[in-house]
Design a protein around this ligand. Structure first.
Ligand SMILES: Nc1ncnc2c1ncn2[C@@H]1O[C@H](COP(=O)(O)OP(=O)(O)OP(=O)(O)O)[C@@H](O)[C@H]1O
Ligand SMILES: [Mg+2]
Length: 454
C-alpha cells in the first residue's frame, strides 16, 4: 500500500478512536449532570412531604396512605413509606401490603436523600429517590418513584446531536488528512520518480526539498551516491582508456621492431640490439599487465591478516632490492623496531616494495635510503625516506592516479608505468590506514604509511 494511503489510514483511525472516546466521555458527563439536576428537583419535592407525613408514622398507616395519595398526584409519581427495616409501611397506590420486603438497589443506601435512575428501554428512565427520616426513636424512609422520560429524551437528543457533529468532524478530518498525507509523502514520490529516470547513460539526481528533515538527508545521501557513481564511472572510463593507450605504446614499438627485424638480420650487432629492445618492451608490457590485473583484483580481495615480523620484512626487502641498490651504490638503512605487524602479507609487501623501489629509482647514485618501522600504542608508522629528485607541488596531488608520472620522473627514468603508488594507496585503504608524503624538489622525499596494528 502506498505511504500516502498508509498515513491517511493511520490518521483517520486515530481520529476515529479519539472521536469515540470524546463521544463516550461527553455523553456520560452530560447524562450525569442531567441526573444530578433531576435529583435536586426530586429532593426539593420530597423534603417538604417528609415534614408533613412524619407525624403519621409509625402508628397511623391509614392516615399515612391518605397523605401519600395526595402528594403522589402532586409529584406525579408513586410514594411508598418504609419502616426502619425498609419493608413497606404504606403505599400511595395501595398495591403493596404492609411489611412487604422490596428488592431495590436504592434501598442499599441509608444516610442522605438521593436518587437512582434505572434505564428501561424503550420507556426511558425511572427515578427512585430515597429519603431517610427520623421521628423520635423511630427511623423510617420515604421512597419516591417517578418517570424521568424528559431526561431520557434530552439524553437521546444530545446523543443525536453529538453523532451528527462527530460525523461531520470525521468527514472534514478525512478530507484534510488525505491532503496532509499526500503533501507529506510528496517528496518520496518525487524521489522515486527521479530515481526511475536514472539510466546508465544519464545519471543525474536532483530533488528540491525545503524542510530540513530526514527526507532532506535522504535526498542529499542519494545525490552524493549518484555523484560518487558518476565519479567512479568517469574514473573507470579514464582508467580503461589510459590503460589501453599505455599498452599501445610498447605494442607499437614491438611492431616497429618486428617489421624492421628482417632487414637487420645480416648486421649481428643491430640484430642483437633489436632483440634486446624487444625483450625490454615485452618485459615492460608484462609488468604493466601484471600491475593492472593486481589493481583490478585487489578490491574484491578479502584481507587475509597475519602476523608479520619486522625481521621478515627486512629480509624480504634485502632479497628484493639489495642488488639493484648495490648497482646504484645506494645504501639501504634499516631502523626497524622488533615488532609484529598484523597485515595481509602479500598485499602489504607488494605495497612496500613499490615505495622502496620508488625511493631507489628516483635517487641519484651513491645516496642512501632510510626505511624505518616504529610502533606507538598500537599505531604503526612505516617511513621510507630518500635524498632523490623529490616531487613538485603540481605533481603531488596526482601521483596516486593510475599511470601518472611526474615529468621529472619520466626524464629521469624511462622505466615505470605510474601504477606503483596506486597499488600502495589501495593497499593502505584496504588496511584502513593512511598515507602522507613530505617532499622537497631536488632534495628528497619521505613517504609515511600509517596502520593500526589490529
Ligand atoms: N620517492 C620518490 N621520489 C620522487 N618522485 C617520486 C617518488 N615516488 C613517486 N614519485 C613520483 O610519483 C610518480 C608515481 O609513482 P608510481 O610509483 O605510481 O609510478 P612509477 O614509479 O612511475 O611507475 P611504477 O608503476 O613502475 O611504480 C612517479 O612517476 C614519480 O614522478
Ligand atoms: Mg613506482
Amino acid at each position: 500500500m502506498k505511504i500516502q494511503y498508509q498515513l491517511w489510514l493511520i490518521f483517520s483511525s486515530l481520529f476515529l478512536i479519539v472521536c469515540f472516546v470524546v463521544y463516550m466521555f461527553v455523553l456520560s458527563t452530560y447524562e450525569q449532570r442531567l441526573q444530578e439536576g433531576y435529583e435536586q428537583i426530586a429532593i426539593a419535592q420530597g423534603t417538604p412531604i417528609i415534614d408533613e407525613i412524619k407525624d403519621t408514622y409509625p402508628y397511623t398507616p391509614n392516615r399515612s396512605i391518605g397523605y401519600l395519595q395526595r402528594y403522589s398526584e402532586q409529584v406525579n409519581g408513586r410514594l411508598i413509606m418504609l419502616d426502619h427495616n425498609k419493608n413497606v409501611y404504606a403505599d400511595s397506590y395501595q398495591q403493596l401490603k404492609s411489611n412487604t420486603s422490596l428488592n431495590l438497589t436504592i434501598l442499599e443506601r441509608d444516610t442522605a436523600p438521593g436518587s437512582l435512575f434505572i434505564k428501561t428501554d424503550p420507556f426511558g428512565y425511572v427515578q427512585y429517590t430515597l429519603f431517610p427520616f427520623q421521628k423520635l426513636d423511630n427511623k423510617g424512609y420515604l421512597l419516591m418513584i417517578q418517570k424521568a422520560d424528559q431526561l431520557y429524551t434530552e439524553v437521546k437528543a444530545f446523543q443525536k446531536w453529538m453523532v451528527y457533529t462527530l460525523l461531520i468532524a470525521l468527514a472534514v478530518f478525512f478530507f484534510i488528512s488525505y491532503f496532509v498525507s499526500t503533501w507529506f509523502s510528496k517528496p518520496i514520490r518525487e524521489i522515486i520518480f527521479h530515481l526511475k529516470k536514472i539510466t546508465p547513460q544519464k545519471r543525474s539526481f536532483s530533488v528540491k526539498h525545503r524542510r530540513n528533515d530526514e527526507v532532506k538527508e535522504l535526498i542529499n545521501a542519494l545525490q552524493n551516491m549518484v555523484e560518487e557513481l558518476n565519479l567512479y564511472d568517469e574514473r573507470q572510463r579514464r582508467f580503461l582508456s589510459t590503460s589501453s593507450h599505455e599498452l599501445k605504446t610498447p605494442l607499437a614499438t614491438i611492431q616497429l621492431i618486428l617489421e624492421n627485424l628482417p632487414y637487420v638480420r645480416e648486421k649481428e650487432e643491430t640484430f642483437d640490439e633489436f632483440v634486446q629492445d624487444l625483450s625490454f618492451q615485452v618485459q615492460k608490457m608484462k609488468q604493466m599487465v601484471d600491475q593492472l590485473l593486481h589493481i583490478n583484483r585487489i578490491w574484491d580481495k578479502q584481507l587475509n591478516k597475519n602476523k608479520l615480523h619486522t625481521q621478515d620484512i627486512q629480509r624480504h626487502l634485502l632479497r628484493s632490492f639489495q642488488h639493484i641498490a648495490q648497482d646504484k651504490q645506494i645504501v639501504l638503512d634499516f631502523d626497524f623496531e622488533p615488532v609484529h605487524l598484523f597485515v595481509d602479507r602479500a598485499l602489504f609487501l607488494r605495497g612496500l616494495d613499490n615505495v622502496v623501489s620508488n625511493a631507489i629509482r628516483y635517487s641519484p647514485k651513491g645516496q642512501s635510503v632510510e626505511i624505518s618501522i616504529q610502533q606507538d600504542k598500537g599505531n604503526i608508522q612505516i617511513s621510507v625516506c630518500d635524498l632523490g629528485i623529490g616531487i613538485s607541488k603540481e605533481d603531488l596531488p596526482h601521483i596516486y592516479e593510475p599511470f601518472y608520472r611526474a615529468n621529472d620522473a619520466t626524464a629521469w627514468n624511462q622505466e615505470g608505468s605510474g601504477l606503483g603508488l596506486t597499488i600502495v594507496k589501495q593497499m593502505i585503504e584496504l588496511h584502513k590506514g593512511s598515507i602522507t608524503i613530505d617532499t622537497v624538489q631536488n632534495e628528497g622525499t619521505c613517504i609515511h604509511l600509517f596502520l593500526q596494528n589490529t
